[in-house]
Design a protein. Structure first.
Length: 307
């Protein structure tokens, strides 16, 4: 069986949507059309027998628009105020869309202590298990309004890391990170046209970690570096992880159908695959294209016909 085909059998799935996925880049306002489509995709997953947990960014971005701030806040107190206002607005919208399908949701606001402290961890796991048992969709975010960057526990800092730790906490089978880029490249494709796409990651080594970049959008807090760190947590916990572009929210359906989209990080359970799979180098495609035009025939690239 193809490795992507096995994704169809994943049962407990954590899906993280970033700020750039659910808001308009130019205005910072929430994208209601996309959020409604996202909920519809989740309902279909639930109807097919999957267990779905949502990690949703966006509270600070939404809160700053509600409070009339022109840009993302930089002061800690402003961020916490925006998070408190925005989280309520975000949950209200989620609940409205889910209610159209008679689906219950629950707000789960976590701090780093919720995962790091053993007693809190047990309580959090029990809460997740009970919600899932009762067919309630947990919608998770960091409790930004009260989280503190202190020595004992600290803050998550980004929802990629938190999503991975939630996946570890609840023994998820699959973690999907919806991002503002198609997946992992060997370099930033926005500045390097020769960057190669990484289809599958079997081993996270120093070279691959060096491919991580910073945040790509004004509203987000995570970049590729945080996603690689998230992959290390999830895959060690036994969950496969995929980074995919959230521009088209229906990409989630393609992932669950086993299609080759995004970058798939294989969990430690996949001992039979040891090499990372990268796309061919760009010049290889260019040479093949010229050869096709010149000869007027088919050329083979990587075992597939290139016309």
């Amino acid at each position: 069986m193809q490795i992507r085909e096995k994704l169809k059998d994943k049962r407990r799935i954590v899906i993280k949507v970033g700020t750039s996925t659910i808001t308009y880049e130019k205005t910072g306002n929430i994208n209601l059309d996309k959020l409604e489509k996202f909920v519809r995709v989740l309902i279909n997953l639930l109807n097919s027998g999957k267990e779905v947990i949502v990690v949703s960014s966006g509270s600070i971005a939404i809160g700053r628009k509600v409070l009339g701030l022109d840009a993302m806040p930089t002061e800690d107190a402003e961020k916490k105020a925006c998070a408190a206002v925005g989280q309520g607005r975000l949950m209200m919208i989620y609940e409205k869309f889910f209610a159209e399908y008679s689906q219950l949701t629950a707000q789960m606001l976590l701090t780093k202590e919720s995962i790091s402290d053993e007693e809190c961890r047990v309580n959090a796991r029990n809460a997740f298990d009970e919600l899932i048992r009762r067919h309630v969709v947990p919608i998770v975010n960091e409790n930004d309004a009260i989280a503190v960057n202190e020595e004992m526990y600290g803050i998550f800092g980004d929802n990629d890391t938190m999503a991975a730790q939630v996946a570890e906490l609840i023994d998820a089978d699959l973690l999907i990170l919806m991002s503002d880029i198609e997946g992992l490249y060997t370099d930033d494709p926005r500045t390097n046209p020769g960057a190669r796409f990484v289809h599958t990651v079997a081993t996270i080594d120093e070279d691959l970690e060096g491919m991580g970049k910073g945040a790509g959008t004004d509203g987000g807090t995570g970049g590729m570096r945080t996603k690689i760190e998230a992959a290390k947590i999830a895959t060690q916990a036994g969950a496969d992880m995929i980074i995919a572009n959230g521009a088209n929210i229906y990409t989630i359906n393609d992932i669950m159908a086993g299609k080759k989209v995004g970058t798939l990080f294989l969990s430690k359970e996949h001992t039979d695959i040891t090499e990372n799979e990268l796309s061919p180098e760009v010049p290889h495609y260019r040479r093949a294209t010229k050869r096709v035009k010149k000869e007027g025939s088919k050329a083979m690239i990587g075992g597939s016909e290139y016309v």
